[in-house]
Design a protein around this ligand. Structure first.
Ligand code: G3P
Length: 226
């Protein structure tokens, strides 16, 4: 499983990239609003993110029609070679995904909450499909088993040729809220987990790791003094 970071915060992206394991970034309008982003700065901000990461950067369109989505997507795609266009699943989103895929612009289909939505996204040629875990849990459903079903359903078919090049769509476990979500995403075979910075950092912590390290350092002091 690859790790993406789910944020628009440049400092968080820079820090996570320095760990050497970051394969991409996902953003959305809410994440950009959370850092106080302004409309006029958006293209430059996305450009800066693209320069920080050796991997794909998902930037979301906000248009309501397929034509608006395609227009926005073309502008975003011109910012950097590693841009992926994030498009909400739906009738207009599918049409936009199909058009963009044919034009060689990769799409991350987002706000996916069911197997049929994921299958339609794959059929439209989406390069990435993002089922949400936390938001499904929030309404009393089981976000992890939904992603597991989507991983299995997509795995049932050969999608080569549906999208750009000969690649299969990759499933991004999104709306991740905890270390357990990350662990479960890996166990069910999600291709990618897009993880908020705080959760990513928590993935490295374990009380037994801390206790063990403390003991090693203390014991090495004894070796130095022997
Ligand atoms: O990538 C989508 C993700 O950011 C949604 O997360 O926590 O707002 O449900 P959340």
């Amino acid at each position: 499983m690859k790790f993406f970071i789910d944020t628009a915060d440049l400092a968080e992206i820079e820090e996570a990239a320095s760990w050497g394991v970051l394969a991409g970034v996902t953003t959305n309008p809410s994440l950009y609003a959370r850092i106080g982003g302004k409309l006029a700065d958006f293209p430059e901000h996305i450009k800066r993110i693209c320069a920080l990461v050796n991997g794909s950067v998902s930037a979301e369109v906000v248009g309501q029609t397929a034509d608006e989505m395609v227009r926005e997507a073309q502008e975003l795609a011109s910012i950097a070679a590693n841009i992926v266009i994030k498009i909400p699943v739906g009738i207009e989103g599918l049409a936009a995904t199909s058009a963009l895929t044919k034009a060689g612009i990769p799409v991350n289909m987002t706000l996916v909450f069911s197997v049929p939505q994921a299958i339609l996204a794959a059929r439209a040629g989406a390069r990435y499909i993002s089922p949400f875990i936390g938001r499904f849990d929030d309404i009393g459903e089981d976000g992890i088993s939904q992603v597991a079903d989507i991983v299995n359903a997509i795995g049932n078919y050969d999608w080569r040729g549906a999208g750009i090049g000969m690649e299969e769509p990759e499933i991004i476990a999104a709306s991740i809220r905890s270390v357990n979500h990350v662990a479960q995403a890996a166990l069910i075979g999600a291709d990618i987990a897009t993880v908020p910075f705080a959760v990513l950092r928590s993935c490295l912590s374990h009380p037994l790791t801390d206790r063990g390290l403390e003991a090693f350092i203390k014991d090495w002091e004894k070796v130095l003094q022997a």
